[in-house]
Design a protein around this ligand. Structure first.
Ligand code: ADP
Length: 265
């Protein structure tokens, strides 16, 4: 029996080692893929900028219309690269745990409403309606307001991007007292997301439709940053969607107390 136990242990040990190696290998693969993605995403705008500059240097700069047109493209592509680099640095700071939240008591309804107001302009540009649905209860969260805003902004801008003109986007809050959770939702009636894509969209650089996302200025990093920020808050991000009909993104925050509870203290 002892010998059998020994054998058992040995083989159990072997399994653990193999698992470790598989994880290590997976990590290496992911890192390689990430570097390949970064290089590709940075090279694309540079290639565009270079070809436009070369055409201008070849003499097209004489035509004022072409000149202004091309400079516009070069400007957009440069903004795109700068944005991408900012997001990459942000992810790298999160990975190396350099991002520290400035935690305070936040009035969630107020913050969400401010965020909705601030982004009205994006919806208006596409003749969309961006609505804030006022909750019945006030709710206080321990969080970093500027980081939370960053997440709301990301979801609202995505809803605008991935919905047609005239669409309606609804933003609001649900409080679940029993679970002591507050959930912020951003609901659109846009293109929706297929079930097989629903987990993948939170991965770095993952985009359902690269060409569409790129033409809308997307980098594929926004949701992965949002996920990291939610996790730093002890919360999470999920999506419900009906393909072709629309999506609802949910942000779950651990919930401190309602205003009334605070006043009783
Ligand atoms: P991107 O910069 O491409 O918008 P994100 O990380 O914000 O990157 O989103 C990843 C992908 O998830 C998008 O490219 C898009 O395919 C999909 N997606 C995000 N939000 C929505 C939405 N509201 N409706 C449909 N698809 C969405």
């Amino acid at each position: 029996f002892a010998a059998y136990m020994d054998e058992e242990r040995q083989s159990a040990g072997l399994i653990v080692v193999l698992q470790d190696m598989t994880e290590q290998k997976q990590l290496e693969e992911m890192q390689k893929e990430f570097v390949a993605n970064v290089s590709h995403e940075l090279r694309t705008p540079i290639t565009t900028i270079k070809s436009y500059v070369e055409t201008l240097l070849d003499g097209e700069a004489q035509d004022p219309e072409i000149l202004s047109n091309f400079l516009g493209v070069i400007n957009n592509e440069s903004d795109r690269m700068a944005g991408l680099i900012t997001e990459l640095l942000e992810l790298s700071r999160i990975d190396s745990r350099q991002v520290k939240l400035k935690i305070e008591s936040v009035n969630l309804a107020q913050l969400v409403e401010d965020s909705v107001l601030r982004h009205q302009i994006h919806a208006e540009k596409k003749s969309q309606t961006l609505l804030y649905e006022t909750p019945d209860v006030e709710c206080w969260i321990q969080g970093d307001p500027s980081r939370m805003e960053q997440v709301f902004r990301n979801l609202i801008i995505n809803a605008v991007k991935y919905s047609p003109p005239e669409a309606t986007i609804r933003v609001g809050i649900r409080v679940d007292e029993s679970k002591r959770q507050a959930r912020v939702y951003v609901r659109d009636n846009g293109i929706g997301i297929e079930p097989k894509e629903r987990d993948r969209i939170f991965e770095r650089f993952y985009r359902v439709d690269k060409a569409r996302s790129r033409s809308m200025g997307g980098t594929g990093l926004g949701l992965s940053i949002a996920k990291e920020i939610m996790e730093l808050h002890g919360g999470s991000i999920q999506v419900d969607s009906i393909y072709g009909k629309g999506s609802t993104f949910w942000l779950t925050f651990p919930f401190e107390s309602r205003r009334e509870d605070m006043e009783e203290k």
